[in-house]
Ligand binder design. Sequence first.
Ligand code: SAH
Length: 386
Amino acid sequence: MGRLILTPKGLSWFRKGHPWIFGNDLERNRDAAPGSIVSLETKSGKFLAQGFYSDQSKIAFRLISRTKEAIDGNYWKKCILKASQYRQAVVAQTNAYRLVFGESDGIPSLIIDRYGDHMVMQTLTQGTENLIPLITEILLDIFHPHSIILRNDLAVRELEGLPPEKKIIVGDSPPRVELLEGEIRYQADLWNGQKTGAYLDQRENRLLAARFLRGRVVDAFCYNGLFGLHAARNASRVIGVDSSPEAIQQARENALLNGLINIEFRKENVFDFFKREANEEQGYDGIILDPPAFAKSKEDIAGATRGYKELNRRAIRLLKPGGILVTSSCSYNLSESKFLEILRDCGKDLGCTLRIIERRGQSADHPVLLSFPESFYLKCLFLEKI
Ligand code: SAH
């Protein structure tokens, strides 16, 4: 097994519990193969942990275990079984959920989503890339899926020197899979859809938000329509807006699937939609905002702050008194406190008071490690305009 040695600065960082070690916190003499499992040691040779080594990424080491136990097929099988047991406890009202969420499940940089009898896997680093055959075998053994798709068409893989790739590694995946989320049926395209087919991280927020949404509702950045479809069961009228034609097409089909006729979907830029609606007298009773991440890196924070502020201000202005805003940010780089500050400023600018109904994060199948702040990325607030 290869070895990596921590610098004194790296050692004090490691002791804080974060699962990543950056290359500049390691001594130069590295005896490790790219993507292999290595032991992390102090300068004096004391064993600290085992983890994946990457020779390309700034994140050179990702923690697997703080013990010397064998990291073999059996070990990974136990990890996946544990991940599955946890989902059995926390996931309800759906057959589509995240089965493995990387570091949060002890398998750094591995994502496995389950869509009924189908699975989608993403290996984001050299370490998990090497494990594809082994993990596939384990998934077949435990879950007997009809298909497994490898959706490695992600730009982050470039940081690891890995190419984008998309392939079916088990079975023949149907183009669309029909799924259930609470009372709503929907189809997801696991091959071409965004993420791995659906935004599973918003599932619990969608189910809960529907309880508060009545009257005239806008679902902005609606993707395949799920927030809006849930809302449409109680609301009088829902408009879903998204700039992606494929998403709008899917959203319309999902409305048909549920026999919902009080919902319409428009292919439009949300900013244009709100600008046009600004002259609308009637106002809305509920607005959902679920934009893509505006702050993809720390450098984007200032621009992202302006973007979130403009968007939320436009939405809040359109809300009637007593109206509900369900607003999200999936930018890890923008903290929850910063997001709250932006929203407070919106209220101040518009001369209205905003009351928090719910302060939420991603669904429980995307668990957060306290020692790994990067795992808490989705913020979702339900606010009432009073
Ligand atoms: N609310 C969805 C997820 C939304 S993801 C759900 O719960 O499933 C963000 C969506 O915003 C994507 O579908 C993307 O196509 C869309 N999008 C990105 N920029 C946009 C813009 N300027 N106007 C409208 N839609 C946009």
